[in-house]
Design a protein around this ligand. Sequence first.
Ligand code: PFF
Length: 458
Amino acid sequence: MDNNNVQRDGFTSKFGIIAAAAGSAIGLGNIWKFPYITGVYGGAAFILVYLICIAIIGLPVMLSEFLIGRRAQANAVGSFKKIAPGTPWYLAGWLGLAAAAVILSFYGVVAGWTLDYVFKAVTNQFSGMTPDELGGAFGGLITSPLRPILWQLVFMALTAGVVLGGIKDGIERYTKILMPLLLVIIVVLDIRAITLPGASEGIKFLFSPDFSKLSGAAVMSALGHAFFSLSLGMGTMITYGSYIGKKENLGTTALQVTIADTLIALLAGLAIFPAVFAFGIEPGAGPGLVFITLPNVFNMMPGGYIFAIMFFVLLAVAALTSSVSILEVVVAYFAEEKGISRKSATIWAATGIAVLGAFESLTYSVVDFTLPLYKGGEVLTLPFMDWMIELSDLMLPIGGLFISLFVGFKMLRSDVEDEVTNGGEVKVGYLGAFLFLAKFVAPVAIIIAFLNMLFGWL
Ligand code: PFF
């Protein structure tokens, strides 16, 4: 497992680190989910709360993950075992592995829908459809038994293909190409959206807060989404941190990744809401915003054919650079802890997770498998796929709680300082503030959010 003669695979450049880590963070969460929850919770006020969560919880947890991984030079489970041998802390790594399997299983299904929409956009299938027909087409896709699974398998194969190459020749290589592409596409879509007549209503919706719409549920959603969007709480950034060179400044890297993720979420909102408002459509559209509302918008927009293709390619690219980071958590564990070859680990992990995801997809169509979920003071009965999505919302904050407590209370302060300052090479003025956030602010906020999620106080 710990072979000092063999050079550990890792990132080779600063840009590679940012491309991979920001690639993990920027995903369906930013472009599919952030806009629709912003729509549901009323716009700018929600965004403001989200930004606060990112700053005081997201950022310290990301730095914590990076420093755990780089200190230990190991996967999510191995890192805890190395830093705190003989203690049960490694269970936090296990929780992360479980969360990775849960998330990638449904993530692959949703990413499969986006591939189906790339296909539909290219073959011009939206054109001439009424809004009702577009709604029906989306419903038809997700409730058909085979089609979503075929696309999910294509997407999982692409994910495995990237991960098979390893870090330098796989993940870094592809994210360095895909992330600039993603940026170019989103900027083009932004320019298109904000130059539409009537776009200003959408911009106002995004940037002028109406605090009367801010409910407790909105605050909790903002916190949960901060974890999901920044890829925190399940060891992704621990695993990636273990591939970051010893000379890199972890604090700056965490800050850059956080800013990139937040910026892209805002740019996604800016590509979507001005266009939605310009055509007089209601913004609070829920999960169908991207798959139903937007094709409708593209139908009305000059040049809509090409912008539709760009948009769904953007979603697919964003999803791929995230899914590879999730699969890597599982692969690194099996390769390092269990001594399985990277190739077998990748193939088996991707296959197992794809089968789980395919089963989840079927619970929207032919398989009647629901599970109960206790949330907000009531028991909900959900199809297995939705249940898994809800489960991940609980797992990530719990993982984040353990990670911040581990850095705050279990690791020696001198070790944390050594890692954050690269052995005294770089000066950091924020160590005290960081530890305060990791020890108290993040854990207390997560516990309150978690209890609220269960019991629905707010
Ligand atoms: N951050 C990704 C997104 O916003 O779509 C999803 C994700 C990736 C969540 C990796 C968790 C993770 F560990």
